[in-house]
Design a protein around this ligand. Structure first.
Ligand code: NAP
Ligand code: MG
Length: 506
C-alpha cells in the first residue's frame, strides 16, 4: 500500500512538529455562545498522543455548570437567534462553506486527528475526511428539502390539513474517540441542516478535531450559540448533557453501557429524544464461491482500519468449511504484511490503539478465550515500546460462548469459526445472528440466491456484500443492542425534526 501521490505532503515531519508545538501552546477552552472561554472549574485535562504516549495538549475540564451555560446559549440561539429562521438556502450555503473550509484544511485536519486518535494519515484522508465531507455536503443539500405533507382533500372543504416538519430544538451530541472527527461532523451536519442548535461533548481521549471544527464553524459565519463545545469527562460533562432538562435530543455514539445510561437519563429527565449508535460484533460470512483473495484482504484491512476500533468492523468470521484453510492462510499472510507504527508515518498501515486501558481490555478478552480453548494463530500481544500498539491477531477454533465471539474486542483481532459445507441459509444466518448486537454484517459469496437469501435473514442495520461499493450516503445504525435510529441522509436528518400537524379552518 502506497499513499496516494497527491497526499504525500501530509507526511511532512516539520509540519507535524509545528502542529505539536502549536497544540502545546493552545489554551484549554470551551466554545460557548461564540466565544472561547475557560471551564467554570478552571481545571484542564491532559490529552496524550497514543502513538508515543506523550502529552499533546490540554483541554478544559467542563462540568455541569459549563453544560448549563452551553445549553442556555444553544436555547437562546434556537429561540431568538437567526439560525432556525434563516432561509434554508442560506443555511445550506453555510454548511457548504464549512465543507469547503474543511476540504481546504484536510491535510492539517488529518495530521491533527492522526496525532490525537492514532490512526494512519492515509486512512483518515481516505476514510474519515472523505466520508465526513460527503455526509456534510449531503446534509447541506437536504437542508432545502425538509418538508411536511399536505394530504389531498376536497377543494371546497373549508379547511386545510397539513403537517410541518420543524427542527427539534437543542441537540446534545456525545461522541467517541475512535472516529472523533467523523462522528462530530456527521452529527453536527444533521443537527445544523435541520435548523437545530447544538452542544457537543467530544470524547475526552481525542477531542482536538472537534475543537478545530468549532473554530471553522465560527470562521465561515455560523452564528454564535449555534455550535457549542464542552470538553470534559463523560461522568461530568457527558452525563450533565444527557440529564439536562432543556436538551431536546441526544445523539450518542459509544459503548452500549453508556448508551443505556443515556436512555435512562432521558427517561428520568425530560424524555428527550435519543439516537444511539452503539457497538457491534459484526459477522463476516465467507462462502466457497467467493473471491477468497479479495475477501481475505478486505477482512484484514477492515480489522486493521482504526486498529480494530471501528464499531462496524467485521470481527467474527464464519467460513464455509471447505475453504477454511485457504481463507485463513490468506488472512494470515495479509496480517503478516501489515506494518504497525505511528499513524503519521508513510510506511505505517496500522496505528496504535487509543489507550493502555483499551489495550488491556483487548488482551484480557483474547487471554480469556485462549484459556477457554481458542487457538491463537498469530499476534495476541501488545507491542513493546512507547505508544499502545497491538499485534494483528488471529484466533481460531472458537466456540460461540467464548468472549472473543461475543464481546466487542475493539482491537485488531479476528475470531474465525466455520460452518458446514451443506449448511442451510437458515443455519448460517443463525450463526451470524447469534449476538446481542446487529450493526453490520459482511457477506462474501457470488451465488445470487445465497446473497439475497442472507440479506433477508440477517438481523443487522447494514449488510455489505463483496466489499460493497457505490457512493450514495446511506442511513447507518443498528438493530438489537447496537442502538436506536439511523444517521445520514434524510432518515438521519428526520431524527432532528419534529412534526406539527395543522388543521386550518377558514
Ligand atoms: P464511552 O464511554 O461510551 O464513550 C463515548 C462518549 O460518551 C464519550 O464522549 C464519553 O466521554 C461519553 N460518556 C461516558 N460516560 C458518560 C455518561 N455517563 N453520560 C454521558 N456521556 C458519557 O466509550 P469508551 O469508554 O470511549 O469506549 C468503551 C467501549 O465502547 C469500547 O471498547 C467499544 O466497545 C465501545 N465503543 C464503541 C464505539 C462505536 O463507534 N459504536 C465507539 C467508541 C467506543 P469520555 O470520553 O470522557 O469517556
Ligand atoms: Mg470512556
Amino acid at each position: 500500500m502506497t499513499p496516494v501521490s497527491a497526499d504525500t505532503e501530509a507526511y511532512d515531519a516539520h509540519a507535524l512538529d509545528a502542529l505539536r508545538a502549536s497544540l502545546a501552546q493552545r489554551p484549554p477552552a470551551l466554545l460557548i455562545d461564540g466565544r472561547w472561554q475557560a471551564a467554570a472549574s478552571a481545571a484542564a485535562l491532559q490529552v496524550d498522543a497514543p502513538g508515543d504516549g506523550l502529552p499533546l495538549a490540554h483541554i478544559a475540564a467542563g462540568d455541569a455548570r459549563d453544560i448549563d451555560l452551553a445549553v442556555a446559549a444553544a436555547r437562546r440561539a434556537f429561540r431568538h437567534g437567526p439560525w432556525p429562521r434563516l432561509p434554508a438556502t442560506r443555511r445550506a450555503a453555510l454548511l457548504f462553506a464549512l465543507a469547503d473550509a474543511i476540504e481546504r484544511e484536510r491535510i492539517e485536519l488529518a495530521r491533527l486527528e492522526s496525532l490525537d486518535a492514532g490512526h494512519t494519515l492515509r486512512s483518515i484522508l481516505a476514510g474519515d475526511l472523505a466520508l465526513g465531507l460527503r455526509s456534510l455536503r449531503d446534509y447541506a443539500g437536504w437542508a432545502t428539502k425538509i418538508a411536511g405533507e399536505t394530504p389531498a382533500q376536497s377543494a371546497d372543504a373549508g379547511a386545510m390539513d397539513y403537517f410541518l416538519r420543524e427542527p427539534i430544538g437543542v441537540a446534545g451530541l456525545i461522541t467517541p474517540w475512535n472516529a472523533p472527527f467523523l462522528m462530530v461532523l456527521q452529527k453536527l451536519a444533521a443537527a445544523l441542516a435541520a435548523g437545530c442548535t447544538a452542544v457537543i461533548k467530544p470524547a475526552e481521549l481525542a477531542p482536538l478535531s472537534a475543537l478545530r471544527i468549532g473554530e471553522l464553524c465560527l470562521q465561515v459565519g455560523i452564528p454564535a450559540g449555534v455550535v457549542n463545545i464542552v470538553t470534559g469527562t463523560g461522568a461530568a460533562a457527558g452525563r450533565a448533557l444527557a440529564e439536562h432538562p432543556d436538551v431536546d435530543l441526544v445523539s450518542f455514539t459509544g459503548s452500549t453501557a453508556v448508551g443505556r445510561s443515556i436512555l435512562a437519563a432521558a427517561a428520568h429527565s425530560n424524555l428527550k429524544r435519543v439516537v444511539l449508535e452503539l457497538g457491534g460484533k459484526s459477522p463476516v460470512l465467507v462462502f466457497a464461491d467467493a473471491d477468497l483473495d479479495r475477501a481475505a484482504a478486505a477482512i484484514v484491512a477492515e480489522i486493521a482500519f482504526k486498529s480494530g476500533q471501528y464499531c462496524a468492523a467485521g470481527s467474527r468470521v464464519y467460513v464455509q468449511a471447505c475453504v477454511r484453510e485457504a481463507l485463513i492462510e490468506r488472512m494470515q499472510a495479509a496480517m503478516d504484511r501489515l506494518r504497525v507504527g505511528p499513524g503519521h508515518l508513510a510506511d505505517s498501515d496500522m496505528g496504535p490503539m487509543i489507550s493502555q486501558a483499551q489495550r488491556e481490555r483487548a488482551l484480557d478478552i483474547v487471554g480469556h478465550s485462549r484459556a477457554a480453548g481458542a487457538r491463537l494463530l498469530r499476534g495476541g500481544h501488545a507491542l513493546p515500546g512507547p505508544g499502545y500498539y497491538f499485534e494483528p491477531t488471529l484466533l481460531t477454533d472458537l466456540t460461540a460462548d467464548m468472549r472473543a465471539m461475543r464481546e466487542e474486542i475493539f482491537a485488531p483481532a479476528l475470531a474465525v469459526a466455520s460452518f458446514a459445507d451443506d449448511a442451510s441459509l437458515d443455519q448460517v444466518a443463525a450463526l451470524a445472528n447469534d449476538s446481542a448486537y446487529g450493526l453490520s454484517a459482511k457477506l462474501w459469496a457470488r451465488d445470487v440466491g445465497t446473497v439475497h437469501g442472507l440479506i433477508r435473514r440477517l438481523e443487522s442495520g447494514q449488510v455489505v456484500v463483496n466489499g460493497g461499493g457505490g457512493e450514495a450516503v446511506l442511513p447507518f445504525g443498528g438493530v438489537k443492542q447496537s442502538g436506536y435510529g439511523r444517521e445520514n441522509g434524510h432518515v438521519g436528518l428526520s431524527a432532528f425534526t419534529e412534526i406539527k400537524s395543522v388543521r386550518l379552518g377558514y
